[in-house]
Design a protein around this ligand. Structure first.
Ligand code: KIV
Length: 284
């Protein structure tokens, strides 16, 4: 049975305090290469983090919050302030998982120094364990710059949503040999530069397997392969909050249907003056 948590303004922690668990660390995740699969989901709010934390190894505050939370058409207009606000909430709501925060478009590509300033702000203002950034060989120097300065980095190659305009859409990548070679080289470059893990999104399965076998860090797949070292999905997708999702999403629930049914019942009871009932009312 779920517990209702409120945020204690004195401590910024959930009240009652969820049973504290020792938080996993970046080196512990790194050691999972080729071992027990890593479970990762996106989380954007403290409450969702509380609900998912005990079942996950990593929580990703993805810039997909642009579409999922803010109704934006893509991730491109997500700001660093949005990522920090949601990232801090997820850190407050979790005790076990490694929390990683996406660096939004435009906050890291210009130079390693720009990336360091953005990443340092994200880490300092949220308490997250690391950041994720998109891109291959072109971002390797930046990944090396960050990791040498103590910022754990997760890379993201294959289908990189921040590059949607350059890619021409969200279709799967690596359908021809030249593109497969390019994405494999991207993955190797980011891993060699010091990323402690890699997200590989939306690639043909043989390429996902080749990347998993070809780099020394855990590869977390989304639309990739069950042979990867772990899996990530957008939580709202796998919970069935949306009518349309990508082919690679498996729906584990129908939250949209259940929310709609609950709200329909509430609306009916309000209209019939059946809510609030005696149990919800205060007596003198
Ligand atoms: O933004 C996000 O949610 C992501 C995952 C889809 C990997 O990057």
């Amino acid at each position: 049975m779920s517990t209702t948590f409120t945020l204690d303004t004195a401590t910024s922690r959930a009240n009652p305090t969820p049973k504290p668990m020792r938080r996993l660390t970046v080196p512990a995740i790194q050691k999972r290469k080729g071992g027990e699969p890593i479970v990762m989901l996106t989380a954007y709010t403290a409450r969702m983090a509380q609900l998912m934390d005990a079942h996950c190894d990593m929580l990703l505050v993805g810039d997909s919050l642009g579409q999922v939370i803010y109704g934006l058409p893509s991730t491109l207009s997500v700001t660093i302030d949005m990522m920090i606000a949601h990232g801090a909430a997820v850190v407050r709501g979790s005790y076990h998982s490694v929390v990683i925060i996406d660096m939004p478009f435009g906050t890291y590509e210009a130079s390693p120094e720009q990336a360091f300033a953005s990443a340092a702000r994200i880490m300092a203002e949220t308490g997250a364990a690391g950041v994720k950034l998109e891109g291959g060989e072109a971002m390797a120097e930046t990944v090396a710059f960050l990791t040498r300065r103590g910022i754990p980095v997760v890379g993201h190659v294959g289908l990189t949503p921040q590059a949607v305009n350059a890619l021409g859409g969200y279709g799967a990548r690596g359908r021809d040999e030249a593109e497969q070679a390019k994405i494999l080289a991207d993955a190797r470059a980011i891993a060699d530069a010091g990323a402690f893990s890699l997200v590989v999104e939306g690639v043909v399965e043989p390429l996902a397997i080749a990347i998993t076998q070809g780099v020394g860090v855990p590869v977390i797949g989304i639309g990739a392969s069950a042979q990867c070292d772990g899996q990530v999905l957008v939580a709202e997708d796998m919970l069935g909050m949306f009518d349309r999702t990508a082919r690679f999403v498996k729906r584990y629930d129908d939250m949209a249907g259940r929310i709609s049914a609950a709200v329909e019942r509430y609306a009916g009871e309000v209209r019939e003056r059946a809510f609030p009932g005696a149990e919800q009312l205060y007596s003198i």
